[in-house]
Design a protein around this ligand. Sequence first.
Ligand code: NAP
Length: 249
Amino acid sequence: MTEIGVRRVALITGGGRGIGAAAAVALAAGGWDVGVNYRVRVDDARRVVKACEELGRRAIAVNADVAEADQIERLFDTVTAELGPIGAVINNAGVVSPAGRVAEYDAARLERVFRINSISAFLVAGAAVRRMSTAYGGSGGVLINVSSRAAVLGSANEYVDYAASKAAVDALTTGLANEVAKEGVRVLGVRPGLIETEIHESGRLDRLGATPPLGRPGKPEEVAALIAFLVSDGASYMTGSTVDVAGGR
Ligand code: NAP
């Protein structure tokens, strides 16, 4: 169920696999048409589109590198032109770097991580507001920023840069939610813990999988279920919150 007046078209960055793919399917199951963004893995994105279509929804795969501002604009324009006005944006695309200590990070590593996880998240959020906010002629909507428990825990000896780039996302959620609260746009964050996707270095899930209090890693579908709730009318009085989905970690 969605909010009255909010269009049922969702855009998901990095929607071809992992958490984004599960979110696409969960939203399709909830009645949303879905724009599935991918950067390189077109076959994965097409599989997600097919899964959404099998649920009776319209879906398209759209290639765009969210590290590039002009490609973000083209992504939003393509989804709007092909599916209709966007009512939900899942700001999900993200990357990590190889495990390492802060003292070993070089500028190129930091620029990549902050470019994709922080700057792109801001640019996607801005594009979402310009399409959905009533101040820009939109009909309202919901923006979900995918952060990480790392933003709170810090990821020492692995990727403190990633943790910091996601802490920026948490601040984005808090501040932007206040900016657009009276413009029909709710802004929320999710902080996944250890989730079974390809983002992890080989062996990391095996090594750390049992460490969350619930004793296992999470599944992408368990994050997607939270995202589907947050975009729904059931969460109509929520904005500015970032919700942990991390097995107690
Ligand atoms: P994943 O399986 O590695 O998938 C990453 C997705 O992001 C892919 O669809 C990829 O597209 C896309 N992507 C990466 N860079 C992109 C770019 N520049 N432009 C457009 N798309 C791009 O990762 P995941 O685990 O599902 O992660 C999704 C989000 O959850 C990320 O923000 C991540 O930081 C966050 N998160 C994950 C975990 C976890 O344990 N898995 C925990 C906390 C937070 P292609 O398929 O085309 O490469």
